[in-house]
Design a protein around this ligand. Sequence first.
Ligand SMILES: Cc1cc2nc3c(=O)[nH]c(=O)nc-3n(C[C@H](O)[C@H](O)[C@H](O)COP(=O)(O)O)c2cc1C
Length: 259
Amino acid sequence: MRSPMDRSFQLRHWMHSPFLPQLIVSLLSFALRIPFFRVPYLSATRCHLIPKELRELLGWGIRRAMTFQPVLSEAFRTGEALIIYFSQTGNTEKVALAIQQGLSKEGLEVITKKVSEALKEDLYDYDLVCFGSPVIHSLPPRPVMKFILGKGNEYRKRKEVRLPAHKIPGKHALVFVTFSGPRIGVNEALPAGKYLRQFVEHLGFEVEDEWYIVGEFHGWEEGSIRGRLGDIRGRPNAKDLARIEEKTIKLVKSLKHVS
Ligand SMILES: Cc1cc2nc3c(=O)[nH]c(=O)nc-3n(C[C@H](O)[C@H](O)[C@H](O)COP(=O)(O)O)c2cc1C
């Protein structure tokens, strides 16, 4: 005969086992396939009368459900893209604007923000997040690092960073880095690109590509003329930017076939 103590232990064990959250997520994922349930649920995640924490929890439920049933990603597509970037001397900004142009031409609604203005953005509100930085002394500069650390902590607290990280269907990212490579070429930019990449991957975004774009080393003429990449003055130039726009259009077209 089991004592009440044993029964209470069993109940607590069951509540904390992975079975209960999995059951809830699977029920939610089936319910979200039904428009009657999905539409008010989605409206609630966007309704500012509902406390932020509750909205975040509902959004978290959607992402868990989408991982469980990838077919849901179609229903939760927002058609919106976010470009976040930092630019010290203007090169990365030019690239960000060329990407913005390409995204808009493909019909996406685009928000473009500098890292300092993007702290309040919820990256999960967007189908595509484009994250760009220059290379400063072989790494992303301080404001970019600050953004990554701040947002990383926020998402960890919200339990969005999973162990192991799962790719959330329908959430895509692009990383772009500008660099001058005066000494060893593109290898000077790879650590920065990989650092940006791992951040978005931790959040469950599928990184579609990393773009490394040559940019003039403003303030160091010799580095822009006699470095590994030759004369890079004026880069990214009109031709570089047209190529970026074209590549962005191709990227969006490819995503339309994925999810
Ligand atoms: C202080 C400083 C340090 C830099 N360090 C590097 C470097 O280590 N490696 C590199 O390839 N480029 C380096 N660059 C060049 C920049 O990465 C390049 O010019 C970039 O396109 C600048 O982007 P922005 O104009 O958006 O700031 C440096 C530029 C500055 C101003």
